[in-house]
Design a protein around this ligand. Structure first.
Ligand SMILES: *Cc1c(COP(=O)(O)O)cnc(C)c1O
Length: 367
């Protein structure tokens, strides 16, 4: 059997090890927040927001952000059917309904027209998930949000390094969330970030994130509301600081890997890959190939072909509306159709040229 090619693996250098070691050795007592505050500062400087709160996960950041927007029982939140369940779960936990709509065939992100058509008096937010690093059409979404008085929220878990007209993914909406899960471009093992430019939303989420204890509360151990416990640890944040000091390199390598695939497949008929339209930058978290319907290549054929070569390629996200516990209100033909003939390619930072070539051979053989 050939050596396994993993689909993602974190890029950990001596810097991450040194910072984590320092946090484990010295980051206690009066220093137990040092790396957390530094991580938050480095992050907000990078994405260009006023505020950032490090969290235990992106899911937790989304849960608190939606709670701070007032999402509750009976409310509805609109999101793309092509998504990880992490985007929908907080909606359900808040007692609201996740309303999935179809994606655009070229960006695989939420179709703004379909989102607008799904708005009801109960709609409290629209979530723009920048899938695999691809940017949502933020101009259209903001225009719709403004016209209906509905906040646009960004799930940028997969989109660090992506930009829309120069602005970072996650930095434009009412709030944005990021993931530092071990598979993401920047990792802390597990972890996330909540970012916003809204001082009120920031204060609310800060209070929620610490079991509802407001930082202006002078009484000790006195929660002002029932909150959450979604804080990151100093040791994780130390790894995050090292990653943020390497952020340009981490994103540049992801882009380099994408273009290595793209260039090698240039001129190959029957496939398309992540788009990078005029005015956007794609962080290319996950290089993805969609096979044209005419090729007859299916998800199952792709999985089998890659497994045979011991290549860890991942299936495109299943439409959330297919999950019995979520179910759909609207037809989502694009989300279903594309998922049935697409695959995520390995893109870990240290991937070798010969490994990229093995992946490309599998694709070429299938066509
Ligand atoms: C990874 C991911 C999340 C969840 O991130 P966690 O840190 O694991 O909670 C949310 N949304 C999307 C689109 C993701 O890819």
């Amino acid at each position: 059997m050939k050596r396994r090619i993993p689909y993602t693996r974190p890029s950990i250098t001596e810097k991450e090890v040194a910072y984590a070691t320092d946090a484990a050795r010295n980051g206690w007592g009066a220093h137990c927040y040092d790396y957390i505050h530094r991580f938050e500062r480095l992050f907000r400087e990078y994405v260009g927001t006023e505020y950032a709160i490090a969290t235990s996960s992106c899911t937790g950041a989304m849960h608190m952000g939606l709670a701070a927007l007032g999402v509750g029982p009976g409310d509805e939140v609109i999101l793309a059917d092509t998504n990880w369940i992490a985007t929908a779960a907080p909606i359900v936990h808040l007692g609201a309904t996740s309303v999935m709509v179809d994606i655009l065939p070229d960006t695989w992100c939420i179709d703004p027209e379909k989102a607008e058509a799904a708005i009801t008096p109960r709609t409290r937010a629209i979530i723009a998930t920048h899938i695999y690093g691809n940017m949502c059409d933020m101009d259209r979404l903001f225009e719709i949000g403004e016209r209906h008085g509905i906040p646009i929220v960004e799930d940028a878990a997969e989109a660090i390094g992506s930009r829309w007209r120069g602005r970072h993914a996650g930095s434009m909406g009412a709030f944005g969330t990021f993931s530092f899960h071990g598979t993401k471009t920047v990792t802390t093992g597990e972890g996330g970030m909540f970012v916003t430019n809204d001082p009120e939303l920031y204060e609310t989420v800060l209070t929620l994130s610490n079991h509802g204890r407001s930082r202006t509360q002078t009484k000790q151990f006195w929660p002002d509301m029932v909150g959450f416990k979604y804080k990151i640890s100093n040791v994780q944040a130390a790894i995050g600081c090292a990653q943020m000091e390497r952020i340009e390199e981490l994103v540049a390598r992801k882009r380099e890997i994408f273009y290595a695939y793209r260039d090698a497949l240039e001129g190959v008929e029957g496939i398309s890959m992540n788009p990078e339209p005029e005015g956007t930058t794609n962080g290319f978290w996950m290089p993805t190939v969609v096979f044209d319907r005419e090729t007859g290549v299916s998800r199952e054929m792709l999985q089998e072909a890659f497994a045979r070569e011991n290549i860890d390629a991942r299936v495109f996200f299943w439409p959330l509306s297919d999950l019995p516990m979520l179910q759909g209100r609207f037809p989502t033909p694009n989300a279903h159709d594309i998922a049935a003939r697409a695959i995520n390619l390995p893109s870990y930072h240290d991937i070798l040229d010969e490994e990229i070539n093995s992946v490309i051979s599998v694709i070429r053989d299938l066509l």
